[in-house]
Design a protein around this ligand. Sequence first.
Ligand code: ADP
Ligand code: C5P
Length: 292
Amino acid sequence: AQFLSSPRSLSSSQLADSIKQPFVIGVSGGTASGKTTVCDMIIQQLHDHRVVLVNQLGFCSMRIDAALSHMRLMLGVQLRNRGSTTGSAFCTLVLSLCLTGILCISVPNQLDSFYRGLTAEESERAHEYNFDHPDAFDTEQMLECVEKLKGGNSVHLPIYDFKNHRRCSESFRQVNASDVIILEGILVFHDQRVRDLMNMKIFVDTDADVRLARRIRRDTVERGRDYAKFVKPAFDDFVLPSKKYADVIIPRGGDNHVAIDLIVQHIRTKLGQHDLCKIYPNVYVIQSTFQI
Ligand code: ADP
Ligand code: C5P
C-alpha cells in the first residue's frame, strides 16, 4: 500500500528522458527471396502472443497508449484514479491486457510505398526503366516516414500501383506508430541514414535460381518485367553488397522456421527490456500498481 501511495514516480522531464523509441526492424533480400513471407510469419507469431480481446476491441493497429486512452474514455475514469472501484476495474482490465502480452505491432511498412511514380513519358517506356536501381525509390520520403514513426507519430504512405507504375493520387495508407516497425524492401539497407534508424537488420537469403523461378511465375501473372536486363544486374550491384549490413541472414526465407522463431524470441526479449512502463507513462502507473 505504501508503494501504491508513492509509486516510482518520475518528474515529467525524467519521464520524457526515459521514453524509448519503437523497435525498428529492416528486412532486405533479393526479389522474391521471401521477405514478405518472413515478415508475415514474424507478425503472425508475435500475434500469437496477443489475446483475441485486442482485435475484438478493435485496438489491433493502435499504439498501446492510444488504446489506453480510448479505454479510459470508455470507462469514464482517470487512469490515476486507482482508489475507486471503477478505477480498479479499469486497472484490472488493462493489467490483463498487459499480462497477456499485448503489444502493438505495426503493419509491415513496405518499400513498395516509396517507389517514385513514373511520368507519362517514362511510363510509355517502362520496359526500359530500371525499378531495381536505388534511384527508383524516394529515399528522402522513406527516411522522413521512418523518422516520424520512430518519433511516435503516424504517417500517410503512398499506395503504389505496380501495373501502371504510379502512386494512387486519391488514396494513401495510414500507419500508426507502434512498438515494432518493420521496414521491408530490396534496398532498405542501401541508405546509411535509414540503416541507422534500424535496431535489427535481417537479410533473407534465398538461392538465385529459386528466386528467378518465383519471379518469372509472379511476373507472368502480375507484372511483366525483364529479369535478365535489370533485376539480376541490380541485385548484384546494389542488393547483394548491402547484405554485409545485416545482423541476421536467413537462408531459405520462410522455410527456415528455426531462424524465424529465434527472431521472434529476440523481439519479445527486446520488447520486455523496453519495459512498457518506460515507453508509455500510462502503463508505468498501472504496472507499479500491479507489482504490489
Ligand atoms: P519478396 O517479398 O521477397 O518479393 P515473397 O514473400 O512475396 O517475396 O515471395 C515471393 C513468391 O514466392 C510469392 O509468390 C510467395 O508465395 C512465394 N514463396 C515465398 N516463400 C516461399 C517458400 N518458402 N516456398 C514456396 N514459395 C514461397
Ligand atoms: O516484392 P519485391 O521485393 O520482389 O519487389 C521488388 C521488385 O519489384 C523489383 O525487383 C522490381 O523489378 C519490381 N518492380 C516491378 N514494377 C514496378 C516496380 C518494381 O516489377 N513498377
